[in-house]
Design a protein. Structure first.
Length: 281
């Protein structure tokens, strides 16, 4: 089990030099670099000036908008309290305009098994490619003697440079990102003083999302399971100090958790099946 408290972590300014506009990250939890199960959980402070061109990923992404509004495509946004699931291979964007926002972002290797680049890999790839061309408007533009496409999405160019092969995007399972409105889902009773809102279950990896509400002074127990589970505290505090607002808890397969809520608590729970377990199944 790993625990991170956002209020103890500082912001890293300009962590995406291959994009345009102001953005800052708090790195909460990370997986194992170069593994198909690698992941990254960040708290992202984004300005309305941030721009990203229309693109897609060879991995999965989940965004929970805490404040403001996240532009996803023309006339489509993730507003405060909403959650977006961006499956691998699905195009979205351009991202521009809207308002300043605070967003929880989880990025992790998808069912295709291509994994997810660590931030150190992205940083190194950007620095190396900068010798061959320039990043402009979210696009990498190669110089006259460099080999490869003249103009390429910035992240795609970095991925290809680091992995030493072209990106093999999987066939998109959906036509567009899936945006969920948790407030429109009903609460279902679970244990004493605990309620849950199942939101969705996606792909062969069993990517599951749900909200949990725990009453003050109630005990919540999450037994051990085969999935990797990530818990983000949107509101509340535990009596034993395990969590407070904007804490993140990672449970690996086999881990369990029992907490006593000191104040009324609301949690976002995200679960997904590790690649090895998925393959065995």
């Amino acid at each position: 089990m790993q625990i991170a408290h956002a209020d103890e972590i500082g912001y890293d300014e300009n962590p995406l030099p291959h994009r345009v506009g102001r953005i800052a990250f708090k790195y909460l939890l990370d997986g194992e670099p170069m593994s198909p199960d690698n992941f990254s959980l960040i708290l992202s402070r984004e300005s309305a000036s941030f721009f990203s061109p229309r693109h897609r990923h060879p991995w999965d992404q989940i965004r929970y908008c805490i404040e403001g509004s996240v532009p996803v495509a023309p006339r489509l946004a993730i507003d405060a309290g909403e959650i977006g699931y961006f499956p691998e291979g699905v195009h979205y964007g351009p991202q521009e305009g809207a308002r300043d926002r605070l967003v929880l972002v989880l990025q992790f290797g998808g069912a295709s098994g291509q994994g997810y680049l660590s931030r150190s890999q992205v940083k190194a790839g950007h620095a190396e490619l900068a010798r061959e061309g320039r990043f402009e408007g979210g696009v990498f533009r190669r110089g006259g003697t460099a080999r490869g496409r003249r103009n390429q999405d910035g992240y795609e160019a970095i991925w290809q440079h680091v992995m030493k092969r072209p990106v093999a995007y999987p066939p998109p399972r959906f036509k567009a990102p899936v945006i969920m409105r948790p407030e429109s889902f009903s609460w279902a009773p679970a244990d004493a003083g605990v309620r849950r809102r199942p939101l969705g279950l996606f792909s062969e990896r069993g990517v599951g999302l749900e909200m949990l509400a725990v009453d003050a002074s109630a005990r919540w127990v999450l037994p051990a399971g085969a999935d990797r589970r990530l818990i983000f505290v949107t509101e509340g505090r535990a009596g034993d100090g395990i969590y407070r607002r904007h804490s993140a808890i990672l449970l690996d397969p086999g881990d369990s958790l029992a907490v006593d809520a000191e104040t009324a608590t609301e949690l976002l729970l995200i679960a997904w099946t590790p690649i090895g377990v998925q393959a065995a199944a």
